[in-house]
Design a protein around this ligand. Sequence first.
Ligand SMILES: *Cc1c(COP(=O)(O)O)cnc(C)c1O
Length: 488
Amino acid sequence: MTDSRSSAAATALSYLPQSRHLATIIPGPRSSALHRERQEQVTDGFGTVLPVFIDRADGGILQDVDGNRLIDFASGIAVTSIGASNRRVGERVAAQLERFTHTCFMVTEYESFTQVAKWLNEHVPGDFEKRTALFSTGAEAVENAVKIARSATGRSRVLVFDEAYHGRSLMTMAMTAKENPYRLNFGPFPNEIVRAASANPLRPANAPASGAGATAGNNDDGASPAGAGVAAAALASVEATLLEHGPDSFAAMVIEPIQGEGGFVVPAPGFLKGLRSLADKYGIVLVMDEIQAGMGRTGTLFASEYEGVAGDITLTAKALGDGVPLSAVTGRAGLMNAVHAGGLGGTYAGNPLACEAALAVFEAFEDGTLLANAQAIEETVRELLEPLVAETGVVAEFRGRGAMLALEFADRGTLEPRPDLVREVSARCHQQGVLTLSCGTYGNVIRLLPPLVISQELLRDGLQVLRQAIIDVAVGQPAREDTAPSFA
Ligand SMILES: *Cc1c(COP(=O)(O)O)cnc(C)c1O
């Protein structure tokens, strides 16, 4: 097993040694000089997780301008799943570069656009005839799903959920839940967006503030009555929200099958199915935002497959073009064709370079190795990190699927979020050459999004660094036995 996993990484790429290497402190002197220059030229409105400048990237490694080789647990936020310098992507894009870079699909056509649409129509969940529209960014895909749903239903409202993230454009920012940094000072927002409860097993929306969360903690995968209860309570609340506003005023409900920026929240089992039923009952278009969780990230091509639920419309982006900007809206033919001719588009929508990159991504998924890799990544991460829930008093939950995994930091018993620990653990990882990301409403979640082509050796090395950082930081924190009684 180990052999096939590492050879998948080796055949995909590999001009950079797949090992962590520290040549300087992180960030090194060249990165620091470049960062100072950046600060003089680039808006401060862009945050930076780690001010290191990358020279090359390959497999599970980011090599910076000081010669440090960092382990990549980010994939550029779930984008470079098949490697940041995948050979087939490079070949296809280079060949297309020589032919032409752009025509604008609304002006004259090219075949790769159709081929990308065809693959998505065949592979996106849903046993019905489909059509696809291509765009460039995830936010554009979300915006266009709303346009299509409104056009097809003649309704205007859009239902979104707690902890949702859908982008940074005006509409999608308004659909996003978290205020800081996404919405702060950027209003007023578009009307007609209504937010409903999500089904977060650790922090159920309708549960009493303390206690219930703690029972649901250490996620049992929700097979227990507690998990089922979370989904049922959330669904009752969602339906109440629909009824309050008039269900037939809703064009769409938009949900992430695993919430990304909101904290890698895997909805309690049954929640997605329940939303499917509510959408059917009230004639609402169910939009599955698979932009982060889709395209193999969770060990299936689409995360909604785990629940056997198909959206009427499914959105992909991020890993779709392996870093060449491409997004897609794939849905029921009747819905997708309800829009008047000329109503959809965009200058760069489905750019030919990006379509070639996507075709290389589809080829890479053909033999199933990458999906197996995602599952193998989960096994290894689970083995090394899940015990921290029991071993420390501050890791409240290990969750996620495939290569989309997270640890939530919160005090045992009270579930008081601990973003301070996340900052400290992340800083220690970064210093040692392991690039981790955080997320969550409270900024108290460390998330792992390694490329699916990372070798098991590299993965283990990075995880050992992370594990040790957590243990070191957790020392001096109240132990789990001490915490509960003091708040009782
Ligand atoms: C990243 C993301 C988006 C927005 O994609 P952009 O390409 O950044 O516009 C939308 N939905 C989800 C779930 C995402 O993770």
